[in-house]
Design a protein around this ligand. Structure first.
Ligand SMILES: CC(C)(COP(=O)(O)OP(=O)(O)OC[C@H]1O[C@@H](n2cnc3c(N)ncnc32)[C@H](O)[C@@H]1OP(=O)(O)O)[C@@H](O)C(=O)NCCC(=O)NCCS
Length: 166
C-alpha cells in the first residue's frame, strides 16, 4: 500500500486496480453524486477505466485523488486529493465521502492535510476548489480552509462557485 498522508483520524493512500468496486459503491448513492458532475459507475470495466485513465496518471505528478481510510478500523470512507486539469491548467482540490460519514469533519480534516501537502511539499501556488451553490457543506469546507472566492460558473446545469488558494 502506498500511503501518502496521515491525519489524526485518517490515512490517505493511492488507489489500486483492486479498488474498482469501491468506486462503484461510492457513486451508487444519488446523494453523493448530486453535485459532482459525474454519474454512477456502471460496472467493474468502467471503474477500471476511470482508475487507469483518470486516477492513476495523476500519481506521477505526486498528486491525485487518494483513498481515505479511518485509522481506527481501516474502513474506506471516500476520497480526497489534488487533480491537475490540463485543459484549464489548474490544480483542483476535491473530496467525496459515503453519506454515513458526512458531518464528522472528515472532509475538513483530509482536505486541510491535502492542501498543506500541496502548498508546503509540492510548492503549488494556485489551487482551485469548486462547489455547487446548493452544496453548502462543500462550500463550508472550502471557506474554512482559507480559499478565497474567485468567480461563479456552471457545473453542468448547476450554478457553482470557484475558489482559489494562493
Ligand atoms: C461535501 C462533503 C465532502 C462534506 O464532507 P463532510 O465530511 O461532511 O464535511 P465536514 O464534516 O468536514 O464539514 C462540513 C461543514 O459543512 C457544514 N455544513 C453541513 N451542512 C451544511 C448546510 N446545509 N449549510 C451550511 N453548512 C453546512 C458543517 O457544519 C461543517 O462545517 P463546520 O465544521 O464548520 O461545522 C460530503 O457531504 C460529500 O461527500 N458530499 C458528496 C460529494 C460532494 O458533494 N463533494 C464535493 C463536490 S464539490
Amino acid at each position: 500500500m502506498i500511503k501518502t498522508i496521515e491525519t489524526p483520524r485518517l490515512y490517505l493512500r493511492e488507489f489500486t486496480i483492486e479498488d474498482a468496486q469501491l468506486l462503484i459503491d461510492l457513486n451508487s448513492n444519488p446523494n453523493v453524486i448530486r453535485y459532482t458532475g459525474d454519474g454512477p459507475v456502471k460496472d467493474l470495466d468502467e471503474a477500471k477505466r476511470i482508475l487507469n485513465d483518470i486516477i492513476f496518471p495523476q500519481y506521477k505528478n505526486k498528486m491525485g485523488r487518494w483513498a481515505v481510510h479511518l485509522k481506527s478500523n481501516d474502513e474506506f470512507i471516500g476520497w480526497c486529493g489534488l487533480k491537475f486539469i490540463a485543459d484549464d491548467n489548474e490544480i483542483d482540490l476535491g473530496y467525496r465521502f459515503f453519506e454515513n460519514h458526512w458531518g464528522k469533519g472528515y472532509a475538513s480534516e483530509s482536505a486541510k492535510a491535502v492542501l498543506d501537502y500541496g502548498v508546503n511539499t509540492l510548492k503549488l501556488k494556485n489551487i482551485i476548489a469548486r462547489a455547487a451553490k446548493d452544496n453548502p457543506a462543500s462550500i463550508a469546507v472550502i471557506q474554512k480552509l482559507g480559499f478565497v472566492y474567485l468567480k461563479d460558473e456552471y457545473c453542468g446545469h448547476d450554478p457553482a462557485e470557484v475558489y482559489h488558494y494562493t
